[in-house]
Write a protein that binds this ligand. Structure first.
Ligand SMILES: NC(=O)c1ccc[n+]([C@@H]2O[C@H](COP(=O)([O-])OP(=O)(O)OC[C@H]3O[C@@H](n4cnc5c(N)ncnc54)[C@H](O)[C@@H]3O)[C@@H](O)[C@H]2O)c1
Ligand SMILES: [Zn+2]
Ligand SMILES: [Zn+2]
Length: 361
């Protein structure tokens, strides 16, 4: 029997989100119903509400979640009822050209549930990033469920489902940061701070946090930055060079995603160093730079989607490191809120007051 539960829906561009009854179908072949325990509020949810992703309203928001598998459809063997899982938006297909070339982190055909969740009048919902977890229950593909240590706090480990994984993976997977490296991170929100935590985890020697907000710099230091630069007061490029023997950092991560921050990342890196763009630019943004600089400085210019993660490889591993006290994921949870406080959490996020607000069910 389809179930009716409460979910946070964005009905139209720019309109405040509402908690409304939504209908969850019984899971079909390969599908799973998950009872959501916690879901973080990510910037991307706000982008959806503002029509910045696409126009497929109404959206069921939320995509950084953990919960318990409730029921499974035909042919599901990857998870079973009662399993504690973190949801992901990279259920790799194994068949596309990226998967076949052994690079499933670029999978071009990831799985989502086939059936649609709906409003009570039958209107189909578009789940954010194919998840839709600001809801008591959600319907996903079995591959979107990654089992992790069931004793972990869902509000904390659910954050691996998007922003924290994106930042940490930008440093460790995409940037290839390793022991002894010098790293700079521009923009120290949840994503940038996760890059900092990742750089510390793998033993980077110098980790420079750059932001315009002193509060963010305090948090960045708490998460592992060895040095901080207030970009509102100091030239970020010069400061990073000064802190790295005059050379620039081995890896610079742009966790803002604007032309000016990307340029800073480009010039603040050592010769043959790496730039990783993880912040998301808007379509109107362009770059105008001397081509010779790209040539003469060498190195590697990369972008990072979801931290180039493989959920089945990375989530259980990172949850274990968190449980062992080696990765302070709990510091990303600034506040715990109820389902009907998501709209307020967008305001708090906009004012830069949190790393993450997490809805707890
Ligand atoms: N690539 C991915 O897979 C992925 C996944 C999730 C989020 N993101 C993106 O990552 C970016 C960061 O997300 P977040 O949740 O950390 O956002 P956030 O708003 O919490 O953090 C952004 C930080 O950048 C700082 N900042 C802004 N302009 C700056 C400047 N000119 N110089 C220095 N600092 C500046 C802000 O003070 C803030 O601390 C967003 O663009 C988001 O959409 C990307
Ligand atoms: Zn694939
Ligand atoms: Zn997200």
């Amino acid at each position: 029997m389809p179930q009716v539960v409460r979910g946070v829906v964005a009905r139209a561009k720019g309109e405040p989100v509402e908690v409304v009854p939504i209908v969850i179908p019984d899971p079909g072949p390969g599908e799973v119903v998950v009872a959501v325990q916690a879901c973080g509020v990510c910037h991307t949810d706000l982008h959806y509400r503002e029509g910045g992703i696409n126009d497929e309203f109404p959206f069921l928001l939320g995509h950084e979640a953990a919960g318990i598998v409730e029921t499974v459809g035909e042919g599901v063997d990857h998870v079973a009822p009662g399993d504690f899982v973190v949801l992901n938006w990279r259920a790799v297909c194994g068949q596309c050209r990226a998967c076949k070339r052994g690079k499933p982190q670029y999978c071009f055909d990831t799985f989502n549930a086939t059936q649609k969740m709906t409003l009570e009048d039958g209107t189909e919902l578009s789940p954010a990033l194919g998840i839709g977890a600001f809801a008591e229950k959600t319907l996903v593909h079995q591959g979107q469920c990654t089992r992790v240590d069931a004793t972990a706090d869902p509000a904390v480990v659910g954050l691996l489902g998007c922003g924290v994984m994106a930042g940490l993976g930008a440093a460790v997977n995409t940037g290839g940061v390793s022991r002894g490296d010098t790293v700079a991170v521009i923009g120290c929100g949840g994503v940038g701070d996760a890059a900092i935590a990742g750089a510390r985890l793998v033993g980077a020697r110098t980790i420079i946090a750059v932001d315009r907000d002193p509060k963010k710099l305090d948090w960045a230091r708490d998460l592992g930055a060895t040095h901080t630069v207030n970009a509102a007061e100091t030239d970020a490029v010069e400061a990073i060079q000064d802190l790295t023997g005059g050379f620039g950092a081995d890896v610079v991560i742009d966790a803002v995603g604007r032309p000016e921050t990307w340029k800073q990342a480009f010039y603040a890196r050592d010769l043959a160093g790496t730039v990783v763009l993880v912040g998301v630019p808007t379509p109107d943004m362009t770059l105008d730079m001397p081509l010779i600089d790209f040539f003469s400085r060498g190195g590697s210019l990369k972008s990072s989607w979801y931290g180039d993660c493989l959920p089945e490889r990375d989530f259980p591993q990172l949850v274990d490191l968190y449980q062992q006290g080696r990765l302070p994921l709990e510091k990303f949870v600034t506040e715990r809120i109820a389902l009907d406080e998501v709209e307020a959490a967008f305001e708090t996020m906009h004012r830069g007051e949190v790393l993450r607000s997490v809805v707890v069910l």
